[in-house]
Design a protein around this ligand. Structure first.
Ligand SMILES: Cc1cc2nc3c(=O)[nH]c(=O)nc-3n(C[C@H](O)[C@H](O)[C@H](O)COP(=O)(O)OP(=O)(O)OC[C@H]3O[C@@H](n4cnc5c(N)ncnc54)[C@H](O)[C@@H]3O)c2cc1C
Length: 484
């Protein structure tokens, strides 16, 4: 079977997956957006498709928290923005009739709280903090620092970096062997400047610039997905991200088995078998093909010993790392801070604070703190009560009144989220070498999900959808190859 390229997938998808001649019976493991899109497309084409989902709801990391909040307030636990470059997400949003609203993530009132003082990202304001910037950096605003250290390098590496079916050329490979922090330092960035840029990289690296592959980061930063290039063009799903998986699930009602945790996948020359643990005990499903969308962070709970997996796939399953993210949500009786929409990056352990409900009807508010990397792992070790208290106490130091106005709260520790166990892939040096094995099909078993994306930094719904389109194409191609 010819392995489809990223361009093949895009072309086929935009033409309605014309090559697809799907097999008769397919089992999809996981009802996150990748599994849902795979099943949706197969069901529409008459395939007998069964989705096995360990949780009692669809959506996986496309999850909106509606409890324990009052007045119908909600906050996003996982995915929250859609950029104009999220081609596949936008397709399904349109197709399923889900509404978009402007994103409130990239706020013009973004500020830093460092060394006990507030500053805006502009050069004069930053200079007042007395950071140990090097002489060339003095007076630069964050956009200039970004251009000097990041965008200039992206320009140097064009056109290799932006190629459609990108290959890791020799000069790109050099960057896949180094971490983001190493490359920034080589370019002359001071530790203080790296610290200022860090909030803009949160999304992809789990805050761990020391261990993320520079190549993965550069590919992302040179793309339209880059946070720094986003301007005000980002959107969010109106009413909560969970509306998108809910729209799929609505169309797949008879196909999804909830609370069905897959424990074993087998294949031989005649077919594949998937065994799930459900309330009534173990149940085995026969299939011509299986699509596994389980994140590799949680895949060790499935026994693949009779699945004829290659050594490269087994190694990739063990080696792929995931970012640690903790999000803490504090419901406040009212907006007790004055004047500005809270969106603050701080050097305190709670790291990033924002008003998660700027466009939801008041007077109550949810203040969210997002921690990544080592900070996330440290708060993950606390009890829920300790975590809320820890967050509130730090918040109080620069938003006085936090304790007094706090009513209730909750948190999501992605490393401990059942059946997911990580936020999104954390591409480490040499990640590009691992990627082909992560997504390669193994006989009758295909792999989808954000981690199998063509993009090294695939932590977005659109890449999960793209992976579903790729798996569908593989199914069509595989079937075509198998026919006499
Ligand atoms: C903090 C955070 C912020 C994010 N922000 C954004 C954003 O702003 N925009 C954006 O587009 N994306 C964002 N993402 C990424 C996006 O949420 C994911 O890329 C996408 O939802 C992944 O979908 P998936 O189907 O690949 O995996 P998942 O959503 O993880 O789905 C996998 C499913 O498999 C199920 N499963 C696992 N094991 C088993 C088993 N043994 N048996 C049966 N079922 C099983 C799980 O329960 C889960 O439902 C964010 C993610 C996080 C965590």
């Amino acid at each position: 079977m010819r392995i489809p390229t990223q361009t093949d997938v895009r072309t086929a998808f935009d033409n309605g997956l014309p090559e697809l001649a799907p097999p008769r019976r397919v089992v999809v493991i996981g009802a996150g957006v990748a599994g849902l899109a795979t099943a949706y497309e197969l069901a529409r084409r008459g395939t007998e498709v069964t989705v096995l989902e360990a949780a009692d709801r669809a959506g996986g990391r496309a999850r909106t928290l509606r409890e324990p909040f009052a007045d119908g307030l909600y906050a996003e636990a996982g995915a929250m923005t859609v950029s104009p470059h999220c081609h596949y997400t936008l397709h399904y949003i349109r197709e399923l009739g889900v509404d978009l609203a402007p994103s409130d993530l990239l706020d013009t009132t973004f500020s830093y709280y460092l060394r006990g003082r507030f500053a805006t990202p502009d050069g004069t304001s930053l200079a007042r903090l007395g950071l140990s910037l090097n002489p060339a950096e003095e007076g630069m605003d964050v956009a200039q620092l970004m251009d000097t250290y990041v965008q200039s390098l992206c320009r140097e590496l064009q056109p290799d970096l932006d190629a459609a079916n990108w290959e890791v050329t020799e000069r790109l490979a050099l960057y896949d062997r180094r971490s983001v922090a190493e490359v920034l330092r080589d370019r002359g960035a001071s530790e203080a400047a790296i610290g200022l840029l860090d909030p803009f990289f949160l999304e992809m690296r789990g805050g761990d610039l020391q261990s993320a592959s520079a190549l993965s980061w550069l590919r992302y930063e040179s793309s339209g997905h880059s946070m720094i290039k986003a301007g005000t063009s980002w959107s969010k799903i109106k009413g909560g991200t969970d509306r998108l998986p809910a729209a799929f699930a609505d169309r797949l009602k008879g196909h999804i088995h909830y609370r069905s945790s897959v424990v074993r996948v087998q294949q031989d020359d005649d077919g594949a078998r998937v065994t799930a643990a459900a309330q009534g005990g173990l149940r085995t499903f026969e299939a011509d093909r299986v699509v596994v969308t389980v994140p590799f962070s949680a895949i060790r709970h499935i026994d693949f010993s009779d699945a004829r997996l290659s050594r490269a796939k087994s190694a990739a399953m063990r080696q792929l790392r995931y970012a640690s993210v903790v999000r803490v949500y504090l419901q406040m009786r009212r907006q007790f801070w004055k004047g500005f929409r809270v969106s603050i990056s701080t050097d305190l352990p709670i790291r990033w604070i924002r008003d998660a409900t700027p466009d939801q009807a008041g007077p109550r508010k949810i203040v969210e703190c997002m921690m990544t990397g080592q900070r996330a792992r440290a708060v993950a070790a606390m009890s829920e009560e300790e975590r809320l208290r820890f967050t509130l106490d730090h918040l109080e130091t620069f938003l006085p009144g936090a304790n007094e106005h706090f009513e209730t709260g909750t948190s999501v520790v992605w490393d401990r989220a059942p059946h997911i166990e990580g936020a999104y892939i954390l591409p480490e040096p040499h990640h590009a070498e691992l990627m082909p094995a992560v997504r390669a099909p193994e006989g009758r078993i295909h792999f989808a999900g954000e981690h199998t994306s063509f993009e090294p930094n695939g932590g977005a719904m659109t890449f999960a959808f793209e992976s579903a389109a790729r798996a569908l194409l593989e199914l069509g191609l595989a079937e075509a190859t198998a026919q006499p």
